[in-house]
Design a protein. Structure first.
Lengths: 459, 275, 459
């Protein structure tokens, strides 16, 4: 049956040509919808596209503002802080007079601990600049030295008692003012002084030392092995870092198991009822409670009610654990939800109990996601300051914390305390401590991203 | 050669449009159109003419590419990043994939009604007025009121909603919502209206109303409807195109397709052997 | 330390229990009878029965023993000492404790104190012995009981799963308990405050000056506890922060989700999120060091009188911190707008900008409002930025160039350092905390309701 109603092919072929001609000759006005293509419509269209370009420009501007602010912040901190990783030292020819440094004369650490190393350093400096005469001039000269220089020198001699009795060139720590001047943070004043803290005479001494190569920037080891101090050239982040470490340790040990257990219950076992509804609403709300409120909780409950020690990483860790718990629960639930139901069904199909399904299949598959979420929560907790202020981790603590209950501060709190100090040297050290903190945060987030990438699965 | 012969399918018997249309050029002419979604070849060498003031129905089993093809006519596929279209589609002789052509302008000329009614979460009035406003079609509030009323009347919705134009469009019933969407499309005064399974989410009564409406509208508009219901295609369309696995199998007057299909696959489909 | 040793012993006992239970089950199996569960379940059962009651007892002892000992010591004090006011008593007990631990040399001048120290030490000894006794008895008793339960008929797996289930439920209630603890501790301390200062004065008083008399005989320094200046200051800074964060965050989110190509978005989005990961103490330092002087200098340059700790500087920096918060919430909200609306608008020939402005943003409005509320609540509770950049001046003003202070600043200021727990000054911090908690909680609940409704609208 060959298409009886249709025109034969040759007929169609014949009819095609005139039609195409007709089409090309058709006047434009005949076309329907010309109001969308006429000149007025074109003008309107141009205006509309201009509006779109403006709109997009606002968007680019907004992103630019945000990224610009980020760069501004980071560059400010870096430019203020990187110099803190080197420290100005003076080279002096020090004579280790046994009578002064080794009062018992047996070179034992006990004897050396009683030695007056400050005197040998002071004597060496005065020998170097005999022109400093008179009380004021001598005081100005000795102000070039750090008050911590003698303790460092003592430790060095205890480690190597053969120095006793000799005279040799030794690098000793300069004061913060010298350090700031050397790093160019002080403007030179018209009278030859600098930064309002160094007078012309001191600047001349510094320049003389620098000219003879006896003043140099050296790697600031102290910054990574000391605790807090009143003097900016003597401070270190180790106390804060260890305090933060102990705090986070407690936080993780408490928050991770409880968070994961709560997530498993809510995601896998919880019946839909009022009780679980309350828990869910509660977790969401708890996640948005200001952190300082958790500090009040810690103060009222753990310190006052349970009588736990103030300033202890243990209490800080508990408070931060309560604070991170909602974050960990929410992240862990998301990780559990990402495990496809087919895995559960397969395990049920083999006769596994619900607990076995969860513990043998769902939990191992969800664990990388939970870990990632927990690391991110820990990174947040590491930067948290306000609740730690409330429980007394804000004390001036020179010693490096030894354990969970020893008095300690945390790295962000250390930053807060240094930031309060108006001295120029502390601005530098605060920025450097922030760089250390950001480096830790960056590492933790990088680990989290690495874990996510490594264990990411496509179901 | 007649323009509505598919040149890529010489084996398919020639299908010619009814004589009454012979002396009018097609509104839309598609030539060897191919669509790719990433690696997937969704539409293969489709060539077809769409005539004015007719309802053309695209039928075929799901996943056959009919909706994909429909979305080529107003370049809705542009939104999908991985989608690539080759071939040539002309609207009133102008290539709609011409880089100089503005897609916003094109979509004003080729309106679309979607599978699920998608009124904006605004008042009924604002839903209709949206198109005229963005395109600047009216200059006064009175004129806009008029366009809204006329559009609603054309969509046979005026009597039902004239007293509650400020209520949200989402508060209407499903069938009313779909007619609202049709009125919204009409308000822009397009040449062509594309309808992508406009009744699939509606009950039979609402479907009947929409079908009646389509019959009305074809007096003024070129309508293309994608449907999975063969009965609907038979009821509302003058021409029908059958798609299968990304190919245009057969196109012709609706009556022909349903009574004397040329291709075995069409026959199998309309007799319900697959689909 | 002794508690740590005990915990270790407990762990060993648990392992022993596991091994014993498992061995017994293996023995039953080798006897030809198939036990109900796998041997390791019998082991786990014995370990759990051994460990759980004992660990609970240990925890209770750790948290309660100290306060119990204190009560006994107070009871044992001579009458003239136990009748001391609460604050002095607490100080005395601290002294006693410090002497008992040898941190402070024994005050031999006062025999009654020496007696108390001895009493304290004796009680501590008794309590430690009791702890060992009770905990070990529970552990060994549990171990023996669990071991006796092991038999072929005993359904060890079910029992273990039931215990685990209870542990999971208990974990998920930790979040609820935390909330209850927060509410109770805030209310309890705030009530003590309101016993001294009327609620109306606190809520409507216009002066905040919490300096109470150090000694009772001092006059004229009763302190004023009107929170209005703190509330207006908090509002002012938060509003400034929102003026920065909302337009920037929203436009950034819109641009990223609607205009930016996917590959660029994958870079820019994490970069913006770095802003959210930077600790607030860093922002505080940045605000105090860089932004505040900049704002002041800029103000001076155009002849304005700007306070050195202006609300503007703190607010702007806080706004920068909140940008990613607003943008990621807005991003979620915009993504939740169904695609059909986008298509409907494009299908009518709208440009992208028109679709966003006229369809997407209005449709997403409830969600955006909710995220703005959440961001605002976060700004209210933010502490470190304002502590470091806003200062303590309790002015009532809406001039962003003036110095203002906030609720959180004063909570921190009142509780950092030494406190007496019965003075209105210290307790007022808890009243402020309660105020902050109630306000932020209300805002969160409202925002979550709105979000939920919004989600339901499109599901």
């Amino acid at each position: 049956m060959m298409q009886p109603l249709h025109a034969p092919p040759n007929e169609a072929g014949v009819s095609a040509l005139p039609r195409r001609v007709a089409e090309s000759m058709m006047p434009t006005e005949e076309r329907i919808g010309s109001r969308h293509t006429d000149a007025a419509a074109e003008a309107r269209l141009r205006a509309r596209y201009a509006a779109q370009r403006r709109f997009k420009a606002y968007g680019v501007l907004a992103i630019g503002v945000a990224i610009g602010a980020l760069l501004w912040l980071l560059i400010t901190l870096l430019s203020n802080g990187v110099t803190a990783f080197v420290q100005t030292n003076l080279r002096l020819a020090i004579t280790f007079d046994p009578a002064v440094v080794d009062p018992q004369g047996n070179q034992s650490p006990e004897s050396l601990a009683q030695g007056d190393f400050g005197r040998v350093i002071r004597d060496a400096l005065r020998q170097r600049f005999p022109d400093a005469q008179g009380r004021v001039a001598v005081r100005n000269l000795l102000a070039l030295l750090s008050s911590g220089a003698e303790f460092e020198l003592r430790d060095r001699v205890i480690a190597d008692p053969s120095m006793i009795g000799t005279t040799q060139p030794v690098w000793v720590l300069a004061s913060s003012d010298v350090d700031m001047f050397r790093k160019g943070f002080f403007e030179k004043a018209a009278d030859g002084g600098a930064g309002g803290r160094l007078n012309a005479q001191q600047v001349a001494w510094i320049e003389e030392l620098a000219a003879s190569g006896d003043l140099a920037l050296q790697w600031n080891r102290l910054f990574f092995k000391a605790g807090d101090s009143r003097d900016p050239e003597l401070v270190g982040v180790l106390g804060g870092v260890l305090g933060s470490f102990f705090t986070l340790f407690v936080c993780l040990v408490l928050a991770f198991p409880f968070g994961v257990a709560a997530a498993i219950y809510l995601e896998e076992f919880a019946p839909k009822n009022r009780f679980t509804d309350i828990i869910e609403v509660n977790i969401n709300n708890l996640a948005a409670v200001p952190s300082i409120i958790f500090g009040l909780l810690g103060l009222a409950v753990f310190l006052n009610f349970f009588g736990m020690p103030r300033s202890a990483p243990l209490v800080g860790g508990i408070v931060l654990a309560l604070m991170s718990l909602p974050t960990i629960i929410i992240a862990s639930r998301a990780a559990l939800r990402a495990v496809p139901p087919s895995i559960r069904e397969a395990a049920y199909g083999l006769g596994a109990s619900k607990m076995q399904v969860v513990l043998h299949h769902v939990l191992p598959l969800g664990l990388p996601g939970m870990l990632t979420g927990s690391i991110i929560a820990m990174a947040q907790a590491l930067g948290e300051t306000a609740p730690l202020l409330m429980i007394g981790m804000v004390a001036f603590i020179v010693d490096i914390p030894q354990g969970l209950t020893s008095s300690a501060t945390a790295l962000p709190v250390q930053i807060f305390m240094w930031a309060d100090n108006p001295e120029r040297g502390f601005v530098e050290k605060t920025s450097a401590a922030i760089i250390v903190l950001l480096a830790f945060l960056l590492t933790m987030n990088a680990i989290a991203i690495f874990l996510r990438k490594k264990f990411e699965r496509r179901w | 050669m007649d323009s509505n012969i598919a040149p890529s399918q010489p084996s398919v018997p020639t299908v010619v449009s009814p004589p009454m249309l012979q002396n009018e050029p097609p509104a839309i002419a598609a030539r060897t159109v191919n669509v790719f979604y990433g690696e997937k070849h969704a539409l293969k060498d489709v060539t077809i003419d769409i005539y004015r003031r007719q309802v053309t129905a695209f039928i075929g089993p799901s996943g056959c590419g009919k909706s994909t093809f429909l979305r080529c006519f107003n370049r809705m596929n542009d939104i999908i990043e991985t989608c690539r279209v080759t071939g040539r589609i002309t609207l009133d002789g102008g290539d709609i994939y011409d880089p100089r052509l503005d897609v916003v302008q094109l979509r004003a000329r080729v309106g679309m009604v979607f599978q699920k009614p998608n009124p904006f979460p605004k008042s009924i009035y604002d839903n209709i007025a949206y198109g005229p406003r963005i395109h600047g079609l009216t200059t006064s509030r009175k004129e806009l009121d008029n366009v809204v009323e006329q559009s609603l009347r054309r969509a046979a919705l005026w009597d039902e909603v004239k007293d509650r134009l400020s209520e949200p469009g989402t508060a209407l019933s499903g069938g009313q919502q779909q007619r609202l969407c049709i009125a919204r499309a009409i308000a822009v005064s397009p040449d062509v209206i594309l309808m992508d399974e406009p009744c699939s989410a509606l009950d039979p009564i609402a479907t009947a109303k929409i079908e009646e409406l389509m019959d009305e509208l074809r007096q003024d508009y070129t309508i293309i409807i994608v449907t999975h219901s063969m009965q609907q295609a038979a009821r509302v369309s003058q021409r029908t195109a059958f798609f299968h696995l990304g190919e245009l199998v057969e196109v012709g007057p609706t009556e022909e397709i349903f009574t004397r299909p040329q291709d075995k696959r069409t026959q199998d489909y309309i007799t319900g052997r697959f689909g | 330390m002794t508690a740590g040793v005990l915990a270790l012993v407990l762990c060993v006992l648990c392992f022993a229990g596991f091994w014993l239970g498992r061995q017994e089950a293996v023995r039953i199996r080798s006897g030809g009878v198939q036990p109900h569960s796998l041997p390791s379940y019998y082991g786990s059962y014995v370990a759990l029965v051994c460990g759980i009651p004992a660990s609970l007892a240990l925890l209770i002892w750790i948290s309660a023993a100290d306060s119990l000992v204190r009560q006994f010591v107070i009871a044992g004090l001579p009458d003239h000492l136990s009748a001391l006011p609460e604050g002095d008593l607490a100080l005395l007990l601290t002294d006693v404790r410090n002497m008992a631990y040898g941190r402070v040399p024994l005050n031999t001048a006062r025999p009654e104190i020496v007696g108390a120290v001895e009493h304290y030490l004796r009680l501590g000894e008794i309590s430690r012995w009791l702890m060992w006794l009770v905990v070990l008895a529970l552990a060994i008793g549990g171990l023996l009981l669990g071991r006796r339960m092991v038999s072929a008929e005993f359904r060890a797996r079910n029992a273990v799963e039931q215990i685990l289930n209870i542990l999971l439920i208990a974990s998920s209630t930790v979040a609820v308990l935390t909330t209850i603890a927060i509410v109770l501790s805030l209310i309890f301390e705030a009530l003590r405050f309101f016993a001294k200062v009327p609620v109306t004065e606190f809520l409507f008083g216009l002066t905040w000056s919490p300096q109470t008399a150090l000694r009772a005989e001092q006059v004229g320094a009763s302190g004023a506890f009107g929170a209005v200046p703190l509330i207006t200051g908090t509002m002012l800074i938060s509003v400034i922060a929102m003026l920065v964060a909302v337009p920037t965050g929203l436009m950034a989110a819109v641009y990223m989700s609607e205009f930016m190509p996917g590959r660029l978005r994958a870079v820019v989005k994490p970069v913006l999120e770095i802003l959210a990961g930077i600790p607030t103490v860093v922002y505080g330092f940045f605000a105090a060091l860089t932004v505040a002087p900049l704002v002041r200098d800029a103000g001076m340059a155009i002849g304005l009188n700007v306070a050195s700790q202006s609300a503007l500087a703190a607010g702007v920096v806080m706004g920068i911190m909140i940008i990613p918060f607003v943008s990621s919430l807005s991003d979620d909200v915009l993504n939740a707008v169904p695609n059909s609306l986008r298509e409907g608008s494009y299908g009518l020939g709208a440009t992208q900008a028109e679709t966003i402005k006229l369809v997407l943003l209005p449709a997403a409005l409830p969600g955006i409002v909710a995220s703005v509320i959440l961001a605002f609540s976060r700004a209210l509770g933010e502490t470190m930025i304002v502590v470091m950049a806003a200062g303590l001046a309790a002015n009532i003003t809406i001039n962003p160039l003036d110095a203002v202070t906030t609720v959180t600043v004063h909570i921190a200021a009142l509780l950092v350092g030494d406190q007496e727990f019965d003075s209105a000054k210290t307790l007022s911090a808890f009243a402020l905390g309660l105020l902050l908690f109630v306000v932020t909680l209300t805002l969160n609940v409202i925002a979550q309701r709105v979000v939920k409704k919004y989600r339901e609208q499109y599901e």
